[in-house]
Design a protein around this ligand. Structure first.
Ligand code: 5GP
Length: 213
């Protein structure tokens, strides 16, 4: 990094089961630190729902454009779901924001997180976990919007997601009634990550020269 130049941002993958508080945590990070973080806007082939705005909630694209982007390796990760709805994280958007010095948040599942990690070394992976499984169940039931069958399905999926925690770098919990501390903690993690020697190769070269291993 030359003096005065803005340091490139980092990719932050945030995963966690429904009811973990992942969405709330991401919203709080963006509210507290709008200068440092930006949320990646995914591409999707599904139709917009009422109130959804192109470029804000998703970039709504055709199936043909989706396939073209895959061919051009323009997705850092993508998923095709059974009802033929496709979702992908666009590389161009992420690159642009990283170059502006922003940390780019990807709110995706573990499978997607692993794809991004493989393509983008230096990605930071954080799992947002509930304090325990009974709390997760209580939160899912507390929403009061889903059927018993849907709740049990989400719980099973949530447990599966949490069992993959070992693949992640950090785990953060959202305590009852406190949305701020996990957001502050995650920002601290990102600040520490940015000080890793491997992420400061240019700075290191000032002392060891370009040829140093
Ligand atoms: P919805 O259609 O309800 O907005 O999202 C359906 C599912 O797609 C959710 O589980 C959501 O997390 C997932 N999803 C949204 N964007 C992406 C993306 O960019 N990549 C992947 N892998 N999944 C996504």
């Amino acid at each position: 990094m030359a003096t005065g130049e803005k340091k490139r941002g980092q990719i932050l993958v945030i995963s966690g089961p429904a009811g973990s508080g992942k969405g709330t945590t991401v919203a709080e990070i963006l509210r507290l630190y709008p200068e440092e973080f930006v949320l990646s806007v995914s591409c999707t082939t599904r139709a917009p729902r009422d109130g959804e705005i192109d470029g804000v909630h998703y970039r709504f694209i055709t199936a043909e454009e989706f396939d073209r982007r895959i061919e051009e390796d323009n997705f850092l990760e993508y998923a095709r779901y059974c009802n033929d709805n496709n979702y992908g994280t666009p590389r161009d958007f992420v690159e642009k924001e990283l170059n502006r010095g922003k940390n780019v948040i990807l709110e995706i599942d573990v499978k997607g997180g692993m794809q991004v990690k493989a393509k983008m070394p230096g990605t930071v992976l954080i799992m947002v976990a509930p304090p325990d499984l009974p709390t997760l169940e209580k939160r899912l039931r507390g929403r009061g919007t889903e059927s018993e069958e849907e709740i049990l399905k989400r719980l099973a999926r949530g447990r599966q997601e949490l069992e993959q925690m070992d693949l992640y770098d950090y785990v953060v919990t959202l305590p009852e009634g406190d949305v701020t501390s996990p957001a502050v903690r995650i920002r601290e993690i990102m600040r520490a990550e940015s000080c890793r020697v491997v992420k400061n190769a240019d700075f290191r070269a000032r002392f060891y020269g370009e040829k140093a291993e």
